[in-house]
Design a protein around this ligand. Structure first.
Ligand code: CDP
Ligand code: CDP
Length: 219
């Protein structure tokens, strides 16, 4: 129902949105929407079917019929475990390309809104506060310097045993952010009614506490 509270957390790549949003959802007992995963799954499904990211119509029909399930800590695409596959930088890049198409965004809109269920929802992405949940009770713009975000992503990849070059990651992140900010539909932006949280020098616990404090102030 539309009276169900939504906390929208938007921001650039590797700012900590997913980590912070999932922690807040757990603390409040709310549902959690990782909207970026839907764009990542669309890119992965397009690759599987040999569809060019630039073919808006075809990619939009893939998005509209996406057979994805979000289970506890696991994401399935056509019953295949895609949890790790969609986290690669290549899929992140593909996601940001398919995300520029208005028809793709339209195809994913209702699916995202369906996550708004009692007792509440924490949603992270780029346009949670602007397009998908404009009536969110709390909108947070979570960010950190590009260098710090590249460091975080680098550490994350190394911890998973993947090879990663810091300067390449920084370049990928800056390129993806620029595309997300420049696109005409649902660009990444700091909304006038959003609370800005710069975590360049802030740990996860502190960021979570700040958002929970803001939420406590409005309920
Ligand atoms: O979802 P998003 O791409 O914005 O970021 P994430 O995957 O939640 O976070 C990227 C990495 O940064 C994770 O390994 C987090 O644990 C880490 N992180 C951090 O070190 N300090 C923060 N304040 C927030 C996240
Ligand atoms: O974890 P990270 O922040 O790097 O990426 P993500 O949140 O999984 O999103 C991957 C890409 O999907 C982004 O670069 C955006 O282009 C796109 N996206 C979007 O356009 N709108 C959203 N609500 C979420 C993601």
């Amino acid at each position: 129902p539309s009276s169900t509270p939504v906390i929208a957390i938007d921001g650039p790549s590797a700012s900590g949105k997913g980590t912070v949003a999932a922690r807040i959802a757990a603390a409040l007992g709310f549902h959690y929407l990782d909207s970026g995963a839907l764009y990542r799954l669309t890119a992965l499904a397009a690759i599987h079917r040999g569809v060019d990211f630039k073919s808006q119509q075809e990619v939009a029909s893939i998005a509209a019929t996406l057979n994805a399930s979000f289970l506890e800590g696991m994401i399935l695409l056509d019953d295949e475990d895609a949890t790790e596959t969609i986290r690669s930088e290549a899929i992140g890049e593909g996601a940001s390309q398919v995300a520029t198409h208005p028809l793709v965004r339209q195809a994913l809109l209702q699916r995202q809104r369906d996550f708004q269920r009692d007792p509440g929802l924490v949603a992270d992405g780029r346009d949670m506060g602007s397009v998908v949940f404009p009536n969110a009770v709390l909108k947070v713009f979570l960010t950190a310097s590009p260098a710090e975000r590249a460091n975080r992503r680098h550490k994350q990849l190394i911890a998973k045993g993947e090879s990663a070059i810091l300067t390449d990651i920084l370049q990928d992140i800056e390129q993806r952010d620029a595309r997300d900010r420049a696109r005409t539909v649902a660009p990444l932006q700091i909304l006038p009614d959003a609370k800005l949280l710069d975590t360049t020098q802030m740990g996860i616990d502190c960021a979570v506490r700040q958002v929970l404090n803001w939420y406590a102030e409005i309920i």
